[in-house]
Design a protein around this ligand. Sequence first.
Ligand SMILES: CC(C)(COP(=O)(O)OP(=O)(O)OC[C@H]1O[C@@H](n2cnc3c(N)ncnc32)[C@H](O)[C@@H]1OP(=O)(O)O)[C@@H](O)C(=O)NCCC(=O)NCCS
Length: 198
Amino acid sequence: MEPERFPHTITLRGGGSLTVRPTRRGDEQVLLAFYRELPQEDRLFLKDDVTTESWANRFIQRIERGEAVSLIADKDGAIKAEATLYRPRHGWSTHVGELRVAVACSHRRKGVATALLRLMVKLATDQGVEKIVVEVVENQVAARRTFEKLGFQQEAVLLGHVKDIRGIRRDLLILVNDSSHIWAAIEAMLADSIPGAE
Ligand SMILES: CC(C)(COP(=O)(O)OP(=O)(O)OC[C@H]1O[C@@H](n2cnc3c(N)ncnc32)[C@H](O)[C@@H]1OP(=O)(O)O)[C@@H](O)C(=O)NCCC(=O)NCCS
């Protein structure tokens, strides 16, 4: 990751700003505080249990091993959003990255996810990622809309693939896009003056 790109400021729709920087060792507790604050309804559909110390440790280790790139957006030291790009280091899909993003309720619909994803796509492209995948559970409407707005399209559905903590089975949608196409969509959105990136 190019250090000169960070810290980066994102401007929120409606006023205010957040500072974006790469996640690093030492962020475990602020990350946990952020994820524990998310509504349980949202956490139900995140792939990992992001509220445990062991998750935070494994997450930082994956970053240090180069298997994941993570950006956090904070205000006065409190995380308001986090985005991760997972990328296999070996094998036949090293050109594919998987994106995940979460934004604090207080900061939603202000363009934060879009701005973070913009930075992530740039990082991914710089690292040679050609195809980006997102896994969304069928009823994650906000997530689906956010990614569809960036040009992601449904490529597959895995029926009943996800079981939430209530034991209800849900379909998992695989949304995909080519990095170059996402970049074009983002540029078009910026041209329409949607705030977020500077
Ligand atoms: C999905 C999520 C990251 C979106 O974050 P956000 O910062 O609010 O997203 P943005 O403000 O950039 O919104 C982008 C667009 O997505 C659409 N969108 C976002 N939230 C929406 C909602 N609740 N309902 C309908 N459309 C929505 C809108 O078109 C929006 O653009 P607009 O506000 O200009 O109309 C956030 O709701 C979240 O953290 N959800 C829980 C975690 C999650 O589901 N993560 C995805 C797993 S990969």
